[in-house]
Design a protein around this ligand. Structure first.
Ligand SMILES: Cc1ncc(COP(=O)(O)O)c(C=O)c1O
Length: 429
């Protein structure tokens, strides 16, 4: 007799993913999470389960999924083609909007991902300074290039920050080109820069490193020290750009770098990122302005394509409206405070870290100022908490709550309810 198997199309989809994708996934989330749709601050998985979304596509969907104005803008361009390789009016308008918004931006070069933007920003300061070494911070994430993947998440960091590759396949020689300092440690950065100033091309930093705010005076000191030695300072604003303020973290914290990188929000959920900065550094991208040995060769098939550009422009239009940032910050402040309160009332050792538009909890009661401090957090509890939340209709990644303009009163209430239940479950052990 034939055995009857129940049809489960989602199980089939997951099995198919496991067959054709390494690890069964695109590399970002587990194979079991298959998302079908997103609208405003909600997503639905392939089972039809609805979630309040704090993943937001890992940040770009700051005004919500499928925003009607972004959709209309993209639809207006679609009949005219999706990419030309050459300049187009929407890309030029977006570059203009970036120059108007971002304090350090005098000129802009478009690419498609934050990884590329960071790679070229580092290359641009190397070309400008005619030096090779870049200083980055332990725990700082600047995409997936060989250079960026030095001590982004070292498992055994040793006694002192140093360049440790985060991935297989990175040439050993790359270690020698990167200097590593501890975030928020002015003395360490100052002594490293003084010692290596003659070989340093630049310093790259996330002004808000993953979840860690800069301590008061840290970014100002970084600016002062780099300026003293004429070393370009790069802010990686792939996450913070247009999130912390319309002018990014540089506006929010009041420190202007020489170059910054943008991604995520600036492309409105489409593939677009940018390097923006001082005209004399950006000039290295200009074949006509540079001698051969100073010219930074850079092209990209989809760079500045009109679909992503018009989506970015429509997103910025929404963000420019009065009250947009006030609303995101009010939502974030309420959520952050509630999360801390719920965990503290439940007697769980936890510290909520971050700024209102981007935060998470680290399960430790120790102070957290740099990467090593984050390792003190109990990862197993964090994973369990996230799982309990997902079961209760809250979608987030392993770390980070991305807050959006689309989160509503009902979303906040649902999230607080889920946190309360999940904390009670954690307490049971
Ligand atoms: C600070 C930072 N820089 C760079 C990147 C890389 O961007 P992408 O994933 O677009 O390559 C990310 C991605 O999350 C990021 O958070």
């Amino acid at each position: 007799m034939a055995v009857q198997t129940e049809l489960d199309p989602v199980a089939d989809l997951i099995a198919e993913a496991k067959r054709v994708l390494p690890g069964g996934s695109f590399g970002n989330l587990p194979a079991e999470v298959v998302i079908r749709a997103g609208k405003a601050a909600h997503v639905w998985d392939e089972h039809g389960k609805e979630y309040v979304d704090f993943l937001l596509g890992s940040g770009p969907m700051f005004i919500g999924h499928g925003h009607p104005e972004v959709t209309a803008a993209v639809e207006s361009q679609l009949p005219h083609g999706s990419t030309y390789f050459g300049n187009n009016r929407h890309g030029i308008a977006l570059a203009r909007a970036i120059v108007d918004a971002v304090p350090c931006a005098e000129q802009v070069r478009f690419v498609c991902t934050g990884t590329e933007a960071d790679l070229y920003a580092m290359r641009a300061v190397r070309a400008f300074r005619r030096r090779d070494k870049i200083l980055k911070f332990e725990g700082g994430y600047h995409g997936m290039s060989d250079y960026a993947l030095m001590s982004m998440a070292p498992k055994n960091p040793g006694n002192f920050p140093r360049a440790i590759p985060d991935s297989a396949g990175i040439p050993k020689s790359v270690r020698d080109e990167m200097l590593i300092a501890a975030f928020n440690d002015v003395d360490m950065v100052e002594s490293l820069i003084k010692e290596h100033k003659d070989e340093l091309a630049g310093v790259i930093v996330e002004p808000f490193q993953r979840l860690l705010p800069p301590q008061p005076g840290f970014l100002q000191a970084l600016r002062r020290i780099t300026k003293e030695h004429d070393i370009p300072l790069i802010f990686d604003e792939v996450v913070t750009g247009f999130r912390f303020a319309y002018g990014g973290a540089q506006e929010y914290y009041g420190v202007t770098p020489d170059v910054c990188t943008l991604g995520k929000i600036v492309g409105g959920g489409y593939a677009l990122a940018a390097i923006a900065g001082r005209a004399d550094i950006m000039a290295h991208f200009d074949r006509l302005a540079m001698a051969d040995e100073d010219f930074l060769f850079q092209v990209g098939t989809l760079s500045g394509n009109p679909i992503a550009s018009i989506a970015g422009l429509a997103t910025l239009e929404v963000l420019k409206r009065p009250g947009a940032y006030e609303q995101v910050f009010a939502t974030g402040r309420e959520l952050k405070a509630a999360l801390g309160d719920i965990l503290s009332k439940a007697g769980i050792k936890a510290t909520v870290v971050g700024e209102p538009p981007l935060f998470d909890v680290v399960f430790t009661d120790q102070p957290i100022k740099d990467y090593r401090d984050t390792l003190k957090g109990d990862k197993a509890i964090a994973t369990k908490f996230n799982k309990l939340l997902r079961e209760r209709g809250i979608m987030k990644g392993e770390s980070k709550y991305y807050v959006s303009l689309a989160h509503t009163r009902a979303d906040i209430d649902q999230t607080i309810g889920a946190w309360t239940e999940a904390a009670a479950e954690l307490k049971k052990g």
